[in-house]
Write a protein that binds this ligand. Structure first.
Ligand code: ADP
Ligand code: XUL
Length: 508
C-alpha cells in the first residue's frame, strides 16, 4: 500500500495530510500553528508583528522548528516509513536567503543538531519577507522602465511589478544591504526551501510558484534574463533552477530518515505555491472550475486556457502545476480582517459571528474592512462603506458582503463565468459566510469533503509524480464535493449589482 504526504506551510501554520493512494482516501491530518504551538516566539499569526515601512517578515527558523514538530506529531498516528512520496505546498512569494555553502548544513549529522541549528549559520538574512510585505514600491518603480513598462512586465512574467513578489523583494535587499547580498549564494521560495530540507539537497522552484516572482518568462517557463538584470546584480547565480511540478527532486534526506523515521526510498517531489497546490487539491486544474479560498488572504483562482493578464495590473497569471496557466486575484485583508470585525463586535466565536450575520438584512450595504493596507485594490488601511449606514452587529454581514463584492469586482477580468464556486480555506466552513459568496456571485457554492486543499493538492502531486497515478482517479475520490450545496438567492442579484457598482465608484 503506497502512502503519500502533502505538507502545506501557510501563513499561520503547517498542515500535513497523508493519503492512501490505493483507496484514494486521507488517513491522517496533523496541524502545527506558528502562534499556538510556539507562543514564546511572539509571532501569533505566523509573522513578525510591528514591521515598519510596510515590511512584513517571518522567521524561517520558526518554520523549520514547526516542520520538525509537525513531523513528530505525524509519527504519533502514522508510521512515517509507510510514506512513499512527499510534496510541499508553500505560502507564495516568501523568500529565504542563504549562503553558497548551505547545502553542507543540510548534510550535517542529524543526531547532533536540530534542523534549525544546521540552517541558522547559513542564513544571510535572518528574516524572510512574506506575501504580506508592501515595502518595495520603490523597487517596482525601478524595475518597470528597464523592461518597457508595467504592461510589458505583465505580458512577460504574468503580473505587473508587484510589491509582495519576490523579484522586487530581492531588489530591495540587494539595494539596502549590499554586503549581505554579496554573501548570499542561494535564494529560495518557501516551497523550495522546505523541499530542500526534506530532500537534503538544493531543490528547484516549480513554474507555478516561480511565476510569483516577476522573474520568470511565463510562456517559456525559464528565468527571464532581462528581468533578472533589471532586479539585482548577479542574480542568475543565486536562483535555483526552474522545474515542472511533477519532477522528483530525490530521495528523503538523512534527517527525514534518521530523525523522523522515513524510508530512505521515500521520494521528494518538487514543491509548489499554496494557490497552485490548492488548484490541484480542489480538482480544478482543468479550466471550468472557479475556486475561492478564504484563508489569511482571500483568493479567487481558476485554471485558464492560454495566459491572460489583468489590464488593471491587480490580478496575476501563474503556472498551473498540471500544465498551462492559472489566473489569481489575492485580497490581503481576508481572515484577519474578519477576526478584527468579530473582536470589535465583541462576538466570542464564529458561531456568534454567523448568528449576527443571519440577523441582519442582506444586500443593503457593504463595508470593506481594511485592517492593513490593501493590495486589491491598492488602498491604505481604513474602511470603505457603500449603501445604507451600518449599525451595530449588522457590520458582520456588511463586512463579508464587502469582501465578496470586492473579490467579484476584481475578478471580472478573468472572464470565466462562475457557473459554480468551490470554497476552501479556514472561513469556508462557515455557512453564513458561504451563503454571502453564493448570493454575491449568484452561483451555487460547494465545499469539498477534504477541506485542506493546499495540503491535499501537494499530496495529489506527490501521487501523480511519484507513482504516475492518473489525476482523474485521485480527483474522483479525494475531491468529492460535500453534499451540502448552498444555493444563491436570485432575488438579491439586482441589489448586489448596485452595491458592486457603488464600490467600484468608491475606488475610482
Ligand atoms: P492560512 O492557510 O492562510 O494559514 P487558513 O485557510 O488555515 O489560513 O485559515 C485560517 C483562518 O480561518 C483563521 O485566521 C480564522 O480567522 C479563519 N476561520 C477558521 N474557522 C472559521 C469560521 N468558522 N468562520 C470564519 N473564519 C474562520
Ligand atoms: C497569492 C498570495 C497569497 C499567498 C499566501 O498571490 O499572495 O495567497 O500565497 O497564501
Amino acid at each position: 500500500m503506497a502512502r503519500v504526504l502533502g505538507l502545506d506551510l501557510s501563513t499561520q501554520g503547517i498542515t500535513l495530510l497523508v493519503v492512501d493512494t490505493e483507496t484514494a482516501s486521507v488517513v491522517c491530518r496533523t496541524r502545527v500553528g506558528f502562534g499556538t504551538d510556539f507562543p514564546d516566539r511572539g509571532h501569533p499569526n505566523g509573522f513578525i508583528p510591528g514591521g515598519v515601512g510596510g515590511e512584513v517578515h517571518a522567521d524561517p527558523l520558526l518554520w523549520v522548528d514547526a516542520l520538525q514538530l509537525a513531523l513528530d506529531r505525524l509519527a504519533e498516528s502514522v508510521n512515517p516509513a509507510s510514506i512513499a512520496a512527499v510534496a510541499v505546498s508553500g505560502q507564495q512569494h516568501g523568500s529565504v536567503y542563504l549562503d553558497a555553502t548551505w547545502q553542507a548544513g543540510l548534510r550535517a549529522d542529524p543526531s547532533r543538531r536540530s534542523w534549525s541549528d544546521a540552517v541558522r549559520p547559513h542564513l544571510t538574512r535572518p528574516t524572510s519577507p512574506i506575501w504580506m510585505d508592501g515595502s518595495t514600491a520603490e523597487d517596482c518603480t525601478r524595475i518597470s522602465p528597464a523592461l518597457g513598462g508595467d504592461l510589458a512586465v505583465a505580458s512577460l512574467t504574468g503580473s505587473v511589478p508587484t510589491p509582495r513578489f519576490t523579484g522586487p523583494q530581492i531588489s530591495r535587499f540587494a539595494r539596502l544591504q549590499p554586503d549581505a547580498w554579496a554573501r548570499t549564494g542561494r535564494i529560495h521560495l518557501v516551497s523550495s526551501f522546505i523541499t530542500s530540507l526534506l530532500a537534503g539537497t538544493d531543490a528547484p522552484i516549480d513554474t507555478g510558484d516561480g511565476a510569483g516572482m516577476n522573474l520568470m518568462d511565463l510562456d517559456r517557463g525559464v528565468w527571464s534574463p532581462e528581468s533578472l538584470a533589471a532586479t539585482a546584480p548577479d542574480l542568475a547565480r543565486k536562483l535555483p533552477r526552474l522545474a515542472r511540478a511533477n519532477e522528483i527532486v530525490g530521495p528523503a534526506a538523512r534527517w527525514l530518515v534518521m530523525r523522523h523515521g522515513f524510508s530512505p526510498g521515500c521520494q521528494v517531489v518538487v514543491g509548489s505555491g499554496d494557490n497552485p497546490s490548492s488548484l490541484v487539491g480542489m480538482g480544478a486544474s482543468r479550466p471550468g472550475r472557479v475556486v475561492v479560498s478564504l484563508g489569511t488572504s482571500d483568493t479567487l483562482f481558476a485554471a485558464i486556457a492560454g495566459v491572460r493578464t489583468d489590464p488593471a495590473g491587480l490580478g496575476h497569471a501563474f503556472g498551473n502545476p498540471m500544465g498551462g496557466a492559472m489566473s489569481l486575484v489575492c485580497v490581503r485583508n481576508g481572515s484577519l480582517a474578519r477576526e478584527a470585525v468579530r473582536r470589535e463586535l465583541g462576538l466570542s466565536d464564529w458561531d456568534a459571528f454567523a448568528h449576527a450575520m443571519r440577523s441582519a438584512a442582506p444586500a443593503r450595504s457593504a463595508v470593506l474592512p481594511l485592517e492593513q493596507d490593501e493590495i486589491t485594490p491598492r488602498r491604505a488601511a481604513g474602511r470603505v462603506a457603500v449603501g445604507a449606514p451600518v449599525v451595530g452587529a449588522a457590520l458582520a454581514l456588511a463586512a463579508v458582503e464587502g469582501q465578496a463584492l470586492n473579490l467579484r469586482l476584481h475578478s471580472r477580468w478573468i472572464s470565466t463565468r462562475a457557473e459554480s464556486l468551490l470554497l476552501t480555506g479556514g472561513a469556508s466552513e462557515n455557512d453564513a459566510i458561504a451563503q454571502v459568496f453564493a448570493d454575491v456571485f449568484q452561483a451555487p457554492v460547494s465545499r469539498l469533503v477534504v477541506s485542506d486543499s493546499a495540503a491535499l493538492g501537494a499530496a495529489m502531486r506527490a501521487a501523480v509524480a511519484g507513482f504516475n497515478l492518473p489525476l482523474a482517479r485521485l480527483e474522483a475520490s479525494l475531491c468529492a464535493p460535500d453534499p451540502g450545496v448552498i444555493s444563491p438567492r436570485l432575488s438579491l442579484a439586482p441589489a448586489y449589482a448596485a452595491l458592486e457598482a457603488q464600490l467600484s465608484a468608491a475606488f475610482a
